[in-house]
Design a protein around this ligand. Sequence first.
Ligand SMILES: [Zn+2]
Length: 189
Amino acid sequence: MSDTKQDQPNDFVQWRHAPASRWIYCPLCREPLSNQTWDGRERRYCAHCGFVYWERALPAVAVLVFEPVRQEILLVTRRYPPFVGGLTFPGGGIELGESVVDAAVREVREETGLLVSLDRQFGTWATPHNDTIITFFRGHPIDGEIAAGSDAEDACFYPWDKAPSLAFSLHNMVLHLFRTEMGMTIPAS
Ligand SMILES: [Zn+2]
């Protein structure tokens, strides 16, 4: 599945990932914003009070939860755009003041009902347009009953070697990494 759909206009996406060009009024003094170049890049700027909108990539986390007894991985079905109905690892944005590890554990808990222990980090990668930076962890469940919640419409375990394709290329890449680590031989696509 292509990632280009992430760029399509959508009311929900707009307030979650509103680009700088959509900011009209200053959030501090309500005067209209204009464009001004700061550090070689055009940014939204308030000439009245000096507010500058420094647009940054969103830091996020995702967790590949592996259940070692049944040899299954945990996937959630997306409730909101982009890719409603698509499968991904549980994950989401890191809250201000929250550690990366705490965010990973919280997101799994919110979306699947399960408490996980994180085993290690796979790594940190940017989405294709460099607008979200995701740190991927591997973890295993230690408590809780599976129950979809928050951004997840459904949460289910799938055999690690037969799980369906995921909605995002980055998640598929990490699943590929995991399968390779598990000794699965995967033909080059
Ligand atoms: Zn202002």
